[in-house]
Design a protein around this ligand. Structure first.
Ligand SMILES: NC(=O)c1ccc[n+]([C@@H]2O[C@H](COP(=O)([O-])OP(=O)(O)OC[C@H]3O[C@@H](n4cnc5c(N)ncnc54)[C@H](OP(=O)(O)O)[C@@H]3O)[C@@H](O)[C@H]2O)c1
Length: 248
């Protein structure tokens, strides 16, 4: 067990990459704080993980709610602080900019950028004080390039990558490690967050089409575990992981 005695907070743990990461980290001995908005999913996952002998705290929260995220930070401080943050919650209601779906732009900015920052702010000062910790931000291949309809989503993911690398540089002096994970297409519920019907159908058919061997959430969980389990002097700063068949 490579993470025995560690406490990890995973945001967006109710499905997909976050859920697979929670399972893998628990199998490797980590105790967990898991969060998302769907409490029923979190409770189910917590029950499953407790059977592995791990302790699990459920913190049901919308990451874009600054005050409630501060309270999760206080809860985590009362637990003695976390060793690991998997900053994973995200949403992708993409559409062409000409459609002017401003509410959906704001939802992506609030969740994918502000939510990531609120989670960092909730745990990073404690990590810096204890002079140890590891923050893993989940950005995307869309942190490096963009696609028509994905302008705002890619903008949020470029921001996560920029924030990650800045934090990495600043955190060196505190002994805190930072990793930015950039998945390509992974089979998860993410396309369900696309409200624009035609785009949702196109993404499901082309990016997540039948017969296309996409990544599985477990593939990304394995990449996260790799980054977390390197020797203390190693910082895995970025990992870009695509399905073999994904060109861009
Ligand atoms: N799937 C891909 O192809 C892919 C590729 C690159 C990057 N990513 C990134 O990977 C991360 C995980 O996504 P996924 O693919 O695993 O999709 P997913 O299955 O839809 O998971 C998204 C998670 O984020 C949570 N979430 C969404 N909005 C939230 C909010 N406002 N507050 C709290 N939690 C929220 C969801 O839980 P609730 O709905 O219960 O709140 C869910 O647990 C995201 O950041 C995504 O951008 C995914």
């Amino acid at each position: 067990m490579k993470l025995l005695g560690k406490l990890a907070w995973i945001t967006g743990a109710s499905s997909g990459i976050g859920q697979a990461s929670a399972r893998l980290l628990a199998e490797e001995g980590a105790d967990l704080v898991i969060s998302a908005r769907r409490d029923d999913r979190l409770q189910q996952l917590a029950d499953e993980i407790r059977t592995l002998g791990r302790t699990v705290t459920v913190a049901t929260v919308d990451v874009s709610d600054r005050q409630r995220m501060q309270r999760v930070g206080e809860l985590i401080t009362s637990l003695g602080g976390v060793d690991i943050l998997i900053n994973n919650a995200g949403t992708m209601p993409i559409s062409p900019i000409i459609n002017g779906r401003v509410d959906e732009w704001e939802q992506m900015i609030d969740t994918n950028i502000k939510g990531v920052l609120y989670a960092i702010n909730a745990v990073y000062p404690g990590m810096a004080e204890r002079k140890q910790g590891h923050i893993v931000n989940i950005s995307s291949v869309a942190a490096r390039l963009t696609y028509p309809s994905a302008g705002v989503y890619a903008g949020t993911k470029h921001a996560v990558r920029a924030i990650s690398d800045t934090l990495r540089k600043e955190a060196i002096r505190y002994g805190v490690r930072v990793t930015d994970i950039q998945p390509g297409a992974v089979d998860t519920e993410l396309p369900d967050s696309i409200v624009h019907e035609k785009i949702r159908a196109a993404v499901k058919e082309n990016m997540y089409g039948e017969g296309m061997p996409n990544l599985q959430p477990e593939d990304i969980a394995n990449a996260i575990l790799y980054a977390l389990t390197q020797p203390d002097h190693v910082d895995v700063s970025e990992l870009l992981i695509r399905p073999l068949v994904q060109e861009n």
